[in-house]
Design a protein around this ligand. Structure first.
Ligand code: ZN
Length: 472
């Protein structure tokens, strides 16, 4: 079933047949194209001498490809653990697919947030189509989900639903009033004016709830009042988003509630209350991302007390199991090597882990080795951008500890990526870099060194999966 195409390299794993045409992904001087040996409905491209069609990798052609091979269409998560392989650049999916081999985790291959897309200049449509072509390139047929991450508006959720996304991460953090520091008296006063105060007091106040594996949890009147004031808006917003998506998609989607970017760690009582109230409004929660204690900074290991983390995780998993068995989701899950064994030991199959930043840093490793001068420029530019780009990220980077890139020999460059401070500087600038001319140069280097890039991704993310106990 071989394909010969002058001037193009054929990705052998991608070659397939459908409706009498051979279909394959190919790479030529102009970049990657989808090749069809004869035109098929829905695809558009340039006709070539052999009667075939060379199609650019657009969302329209990705949609046609999903029509041809339905296993390339995003789907709901089956039971079992799941893992998000976010990709800021759009070229990492084949490496992610390789990391998956021999694992029992279900992948999310398209996963970016509205914020990330606005930084990189990408769209939900583009992120999905890059994942579809990446999976196709590697001949992957095992199924995957697409996560519209950190949704703060219902319109954005509906846009992603329209495009075929199946996993919706609702971020209701804009709907949390600051009540943690209010005096008890004021909390009680405000609670007494809440429209559902009577009903909620009746149901929760001074009541015990037994959670197998955790024991009894108990709401004091004050704690109940504080939780109701803090999370009523969250519950309203999440329920509205859920039902808006459901009206469009029926039951074919997963819904995550993420409160990981809130100010204080999520207590077991808060978790229990939020999900129980959502369930009362017919919301099927697929996963919950609590805010954990300690510090989960992007692309470096966890900083905090592992035993406290273990205790919290155990409590969240027990509640998730008691309320129907949804997953506990770890955000900023890149490179949290000290946490994965805890998930393996405490979470059973009820976990989801999201990564993204680390695949960008793997791309920079390739650049550091193949094009040291380009890497130095990216590092210099990232340093310049740091003050601004760090704004929405939680980081403790110490700029005084950063080495001067000009002073480093070529062989020392890659080592920058294994030190926390330069690693974070390089990580948070991804949007600025990818939108600049440096981004173009970076993509070119990755295309030229694709095998190396994918082999590194396979190793690095494979290690994440091994420590989580779902591979090898
Ligand atoms: Zn998050």
């Amino acid at each position: 079933m071989g394909i010969e195409l002058r001037g193009f390299e054929v990705y052998e794993r991608s070659v397939r047949e459908a409706r009498g045409a051979k279909v394959a992904l190919v790479k030529g001087p102009v970049g990657k194209r989808l090749y069809l040996s004869s035109p098929l409905e829905g695809f558009s491209g340039e006709e070539i001498g052999d009667g075939g069609l060379l199609c650019p990798l657009t969302p329209e052609n990705a949609a046609a490809l999903m029509g041809l091979f339905p296993e390339l269409r995003p789907q709901r998560l089956p039971g079992g653990p799941s893992f998000g392989f976010g990709d800021r650049i759009g070229l990492a999916t084949p490496g992610h697919v390789r990391a998956l081999r021999g694992s029992r985790v279900f992948p999310v291959l398209a996963q970016q947030s509205v914020r990330e897309n606005s930084r990189t200049g990408r769209t939900f449509a583009g992120v999905l189509s890059d994942a579809v072509f990446g999976a196709f390139q590697e001949g992957y047929t095992g199924g995957f989900a697409a996560d519209a991450d950190h949704l703060k508006s219902i319109d954005d959720a509906l846009e992603a639903a329209e495009l075929g996304y199946t996993f919706f991460t609702c971020d209701p953090s804009d709907h949390i009033p600051k009540v943690d520091r209010l005096p008890e008296r004021e909390i009680k006063r405000r609670f007494s004016t809440h429209p559902r105060a009577g009903e909620l007091r009746e149901e929760y106040a001074d009541k015990n709830f037994y959670i197998p594996g955790l024991g009894r949890i108990w709401f004091s009147e004050t704690e109940l009042a504080r939780i109701v004031l803090k999370y009523s808006g969250v519950i309203d917003f999440a329920a509205r988003m859920y039902h808006a998506i459901k009206e469009k998609l029926g039951d074919g989607f997963d819904f995550e509630v993420s409160i990981d970017e809130t100010e204080s760690p999520t207590s077991p009582l808060e978790h229990f209350f939020i999900v129980r109230e959502l369930q009362k409004r017919d919301v099927e929660v697929s996963s919950l991302a609590p805010r954990f204690s300690g510090s989960l900074e992007k692309a470096v290991d966890y900083k905090g007390d592992l035993e406290v983390f273990r205790r919290d995780l155990r409590a969240h998993v027990a509640i998730a199991r008691a309320l129907g068995g949804y997953r506990i989701s770890l955000h900023s899950g890149s490179d949290k090597f000290s946490l994965y064994p805890l998930f393996k030991q405490e979470a059973g199959d009820l976990f989801h882990v999201k990564t993204a930043g680390t695949s960008y840093l793997v791309a920079l490793e390739v650049v550091a080795e193949a094009e040291p001068e380009l890497f130095r420029e990216i590092y210099r530019f990232s340093l310049e951008r740091f003050a601004e780009d760090r704004a929405t990220y939680h980081l403790s980077t110490d700029l005084s500890r950063l080495p001067d890139p000009s002073a480093l020999g070529d062989t020392g460059l890659a080592s920058l990526l294994s030190e926390p401070d330069p690693r974070q500087v390089l990580h948070v600038a991804y949007g600025s870099v990818l939108r600049s001319e440096l981004g173009e140069d970076l993509r070119k280097v990755l295309l030229e060194h694709e095998e190396d890039y994918h082999a590194r991704l396979e190793r690095h993310l494979g290690r994440h999966l091994e420590l989580l106990g779902v591979k090898g």
